[in-house]
Design a protein around this ligand. Sequence first.
Ligand code: DGP
Length: 112
Amino acid sequence: MTTIFGKVIRREIPADIVYEDELCLAIRDVNPQAPVHVLLIPKQEIARLVDAKPEDQALLGHLMLTAGKVAQQLGIGDAFRLAINNGAEAGQSVFHVHVHLLGGRPFRWPPG
Ligand code: DGP
């Protein structure tokens, strides 16, 4: 089922796109939790991380490598955090898998 991110990918609604390639998009989060808060979104619609299949391994790896690249591009390459919320109780609100890339402020551990 398509989500708001599917609409972004198809350019049906606007987004601040900071990176794009054949497999994914990186957009600025509409509700940023850090000075830099970007979402890496695969163009393939996968609802949750646990719905990914073995054949999606390269795509998931691509998101990780791209996160590092985009972090460098946005000047937070030395300190950033990646997060994937899987399931509503873990904070997932958009059911199209995505990686949060956050940076530009200190982060505590463990996360809340
Ligand atoms: P999550 O809660 O992990 O599913 O993250 C969803 C994120 O998506 C949340 O931080 C807010 C963001 N978001 C929701 N709708 C939109 C939108 O239409 N545009 C953008 N840029 N971000 C959105």
